[in-house]
Design a binder for this molecule. Structure first.
Ligand SMILES: Nc1ncnc2c1ncn2[C@@H]1O[C@H](COP(=O)(O)OP(=O)(O)O)[C@@H](O)[C@H]1O
Ligand SMILES: [Mg+2]
Length: 506
C-alpha cells in the first residue's frame, strides 16, 4: 500500500442526515485512503449503514459533500455511485434467486455495449474477474442453489464487473461460517493488493483487527475516532464504541457440575413441512454447567429448542427433566417444573410489543399470586415487580408503563432475560441471547448467565456466535444437519469448530 502519496479514494465532508427525529449522521467527516481496507465499526443504530447508503446513493444527505479521487461528485442514485466507481455488497443480497450467476452479473450492468457483445463476451469477462480476484464460482449455477458464501461472491463479482474501484461491504460476515468468512477476508486482501479500496462495515472487533488497515468508530450518529489498526486494541475500540469501559471476556471459574437435570434421548423433530430437522439427538445437561450448542443457523438448533421448551411436539425420542419424561408438555407445565426460556426470536415468542413493559416483565408468570388474586392482575403490584427488575438489570428507560415496542433491542432482550432468570429456574434454556444486542448489554447478559450457572442451575445455550459459545460454555456440542456431530471443550480452536460446523470434520 502506498496510500500517503495519493489523493484519498473517498472523502466525506460534513455529512448530515436526519430521519424525522432520529439524527442518524451528525456532521460526519471521513477520509478513506486508496488501496486500503478501511473498517467502520459501531453499535447497532450508530449510523454506519446510513452513511454508506448515502455514499452509494440510496439516501441523500441533508447536507455535506462527497469527494471521490479528490473530485466532488453528486451521488443521487446507485447509477451515479457506480459511475463514480463505487460498488456495494448489501447486508441482504440483491440477487435474482432463479437466475444464473452469469445472468445476475450481467443484469442491469452499465452500457448496452455489454449486451451487444453478448453472453460469450460477458462470460469471458467474468472468467477473467474470477481469476484476477480468486472469486471462483460456476457461472451457470442458479443462485438459489448456491450456499450463502458463494452468493456473496456473486455480489462482489457483480460490483467488479461494473468496474468498481471502491467496494463497500455492509456486515458481510453475519451470514457466513467461520471458514467462509476467512475466505472472504482472503478475497478482500487480494482486492487490496490489486489496488482496490475496501470499506468494511461490521460490529465485530475481531474482524476489524484481523483484516483492516484503518478503522473508524461511530457512536450515536457521530464519527468519534479513526485509528491505524496496528496502533489500537480491541479494548480501546470497544470503549470508543460504547462510550465506557467494557469487559470483553466473560470472567468465570470452573464449573461444578452436579446431577443430570436435562436429558435428551434419541430426539427427532420435524418442521411444519415434515422435514427432519433434529435427527436422533442425545445429550445431557447437568446442574451447574453451561452446555453450548454451536452451529450455523438452520441446522436444527431452533427446532431442538422448540421441542425442549414445549413449543413443538417431537416426532420421536425422549426429553427428561430431573428424570421425568416431559416430551410434548406445554410451556406452562414445563415452567412449573423449573424450566425458563430466553427464546431466540424475542419479537415473536418472548414479548408482546404493544403491551407496557410491566406486563412483559411477568409474561407467562402472571398466575403468580404476587401479581393479584384470581383472574385479576393488580397493576401496581405488577409495576412494582417490574421496577425491581428494571433497576437490577439497568433497563432503560426505567419506566414500566412505557410500551415495550419503544425500548431498544438490547433493552427488550434485558426485559426477557430479567423475567426468565429472576424466576429462579432450575433449567435455563437460552437461544441467541445477544442477537442484535450491543456489546455493553452483551457483557451484562453474559454475566447473568454465568451467575445462573454458579447458582447451580443447568443451562443450555444455543448461539450462532462462536465467540459467545466458546466464552460461556463448559462443554460445546456442535450441530450440523440435524445431528450432534461432536463434543469439544470450549478452548477448542475456532478453526476446528468451524470445520465441524460446516460438516467437514468430526
Ligand atoms: N429509513 C429510515 N427511516 C427512519 N430511521 C432510520 C432509517 N434508516 C435508519 N434509521 C435510523 O437511523 C439510525 C442509524 O441506523 P443505521 O445507519 O442503520 O445504523 P447501523 O448501520 O450503524 O446499525 C437508527 O436509529 C435507525 O433506526
Ligand atoms: Mg447497519
Amino acid at each position: 500500500m502506498n496510500a500517503t502519496s495519493q489523493v484519498p479514494a473517498i472523502e466525506l465532508i460534513g455529512i448530515d442526515k436526519k430521519f424525522g427525529a432520529v439524527h442518524a449522521n451528525k456532521n460526519i467527516n471521513l477520509t478513506v485512503a486508496k488501496g486500503a481496507i478501511h473498517g467502520i465499526i459501531g453499535e447497532n443504530g450508530a449510523g454506519k449503514s446510513t452513511l454508506m447508503s448515502i455514499l452509494y446513493g440510496f439516501y441523500q444527505a441533508d447536507s455535506g459533500a462527497i469527494h471521490v479521487n479528490g473530485r466532488p461528485v453528486a451521488i443521487h442514485d446507485s447509477q451515479s455511485a457506480i459511475a463514480a466507481g463505487i460498488g456495494m455488497v448489501h447486508q441482504h443480497f440483491m440477487l435474482v434467486e432463479n437466475f444464473t450467476v452469469l445472468e445476475n452479473v450481467m443484469l442491469g450492468a452499465e452500457g448496452g455495449a455489454l449486451l451487444g457483445k453478448g453472453t460469450e463476451t460477458a462470460r469471458a469477462a467474468l472468467k477473467k474477474l474470477e481469476e484476477d480476484y480468486e472469486l471462483e464460482v460456476d457461472p451457470d449455477a442458479v443462485i438459489e442453489e448456491l450456499p450463502v458464501g458463494l452468493q456473496q461472491r456473486v455480489e462482489i463479482l457483480k460490483a467488479m464487473y461494473r468496474g468498481a474501484e471502491i467496494l463497500i461491504l455492509d456486515e458481510p460476515t453475519g451470514v457466513l461460517t467461520p471458514s467462509e468468512a476467512d475466505h472472504l477476508f482472503k478475497i478482500l486482501g487480494v482486492l487490496r493488493d490489486q489496488g482496490k479500496t475496501v470499506v468494511l462495515i461490521t460490529h465485530k472487533l475481531r474482524e476489524i483487527m484481523a483484516i483492516t488497515d484503518t478503522v473508524s468508530v461511530m457512536r450515536r450518529g457521530e464519527m468519534v475516532a479513526t485509528r491505524k489498526t496496528s496502533e489500537t486494541t480491541v479494548e480501546e475500540l470497544a470503549e470508543l464504541m460504547v462510550g465506557r469501559r467494557v469487559l470483553l471476556h466473560v470472567e468465570k471459574g470452573a464449573a461444578k457440575p452436579g446431577e443430570v437435570f436435562l436429558s435428551v434421548r434419541n430426539l427427532t423433530v420435524k418442521d411444519s413441512r415434515g422435514v427432519t430437522m433434529v435427527d436422533d439427538v442425545s445429550f445431557d445437561v447437568r446442574a451447574g454447567e453451561i452446555v453450548g450448542i454451536a452451529g450455523v443457523a438452520g441446522n436444527g438448533q431452533s427446532e431442538l429448542l422448540e421441542a425442549i421448551t414445549g413449543i413443538r411436539k417431537p416426532a420421536s425420542g425422549e426429553i427428561l427433566i430431573n428424570g421425568e419424561p416431559v416430551a410434548g408438555f406445554d410451556p406452562a407445565r414445563l415452567r412449573s417444573l423449573g424450566l425458563a426460556h430466553i427464546p431466540e426470536d424475542r419479537h415473536h415468542m418472548g414479548l408482546v410489543l404493544p403491551f407496557e413493559e410491566s406486563l412483559n416483565a411477568i409474561l407467562g408468570y402472571h398466575h403468580d399470586e404476587r401479581y393479584g388474586k384470581g383472574l385479576f392482575l393488580d397493576p401496581d403490584a405488577v409495576r412494582r415487580a417490574a421496577l425491581d427488575e428494571i433497576e437490577k438489570y439497568d433497563i432503560r428507560p426505567p419506566n414500566p408503563r412505557l410500551k415495550t415496542a419503544n425500548f431498544s433491542g438490547g433493552n427488550q432482550q434485558k426485559i426477557v432475560v430479567a423475567r426468565e432468570i429472576e424466576r429462579d429456574p432450575k433449567l435455563l434454556i437460552v437461544g441467541q441471547p445477544t442477537r442484535g444486542v450491543d456489546i455493553g448489554a452483551i457483557e451484562f447478559i453474559h454475566r447473568r448467565i454465568v451467575e445462573t450457572r454458579d447458582a447451580g442451575k443447568a443451562v443450555l445455550l444455543v448461539s450462532v456466535e462462536l465467540d459467545e459459545i466458546r466464552s460461556l460454555s463448559d462443554r460445546v456440542l456442535v450441530m450440523f444437519a440435524g445431528k450432534i456431530v461432536g463434543e469439544k471443550t470450549p478452548d477448542t480452536g475456532e478453526q476446528t469448530l468451524g470445520l465441524m460446523m460446516a460438516g467437514i470434520a468430526a
